[in-house]
Design a protein around this ligand. Structure first.
Ligand code: URA
Length: 191
């Protein structure tokens, strides 16, 4: 299995799909590399592609705010990454072949981090990691165990920006996450 250095060098130079020709940079992820909880979004947007960090636009700010209400942050105790590590032009959904090409990078990233809990932000992440027929509106906030890792799906921050009426359910998912962390994680220190 690769070590972090090899993984970062390989992923940063990846040419496995056409997004390599339009990206400014590969957006690897942010947060402690031994985090017990990993959040996975869809793909970088324009700001992320320019600055090299996931979730730094308006949606990212909203995500940081809700994380803070349950004692979590990218600075201290969670890792954040995406299913696809390069920006799709015009922020379109990543194509199936782009997700497939990128999935080995995420699998190696999981092997290096060894998270106890993976939180999928939105349909693309939840359908890729939990179940291809996953329905966020029906199944958000539920935990599914696979290979000793717990997976939970919830709304993507962009969905909350589009429809703020979902915010109550979203916050409740983060509270359920905090409760689950208290049950199953060992090392996490809440802020
Ligand atoms: N949306 C995502 O899914 N990921 C990001 O990093 C930014 C926006």
């Amino acid at each position: 299995m690769a070590d972090w250095k090899t993984w970062e060098t390989g992923c940063s130079a990846c040419q496995k799909c056409a997004l390599a020709s339009t990206r400014h940079q590969v957006v690897l992820g942010v947060g402690p590399k031994d985090a017990e909880v990993v959040f996975v979004g869809e793909a970088p947007g324009e700001n992320e592609d320019l600055q090299g960090e996931p979730f730094i636009g308006r949606g990212g700010k909203l995500l940081d705010e809700v994380l803070q209400t349950v004692g979590l942050s990218r600075e201290s105790n969670i890792y954040i990454t995406n299913i696809v590590k390069c920006r799709p032009p015009q922020n379109r959904d990543p194509k199936p072949q782009e997700r497939d090409a990128c999935m080995p990078w995420l699998c190696e990233q999981f092997s290096l981090i060894k998270p106890r809990i993976v939180v999928c932000l939105g349909r693309v992440a939840a359908c890729s990691l939990i179940n291809p027929n996953y329905k966020v509106t029906k199944e958000h906030g539920l935990f599914f165990e696979k290979d000793s890792t717990l997976y939970m799906g919830t709304f993507h921050p962009a969905a909350i920006l589009r429809d703020p009426r979902k915010k109550g359910e979203w916050v409740a998912d983060f509270q359920a996450l905090r409760k689950k962390i208290e049950e199953v994680c060992q090392l996490i220190v809440f802020e």
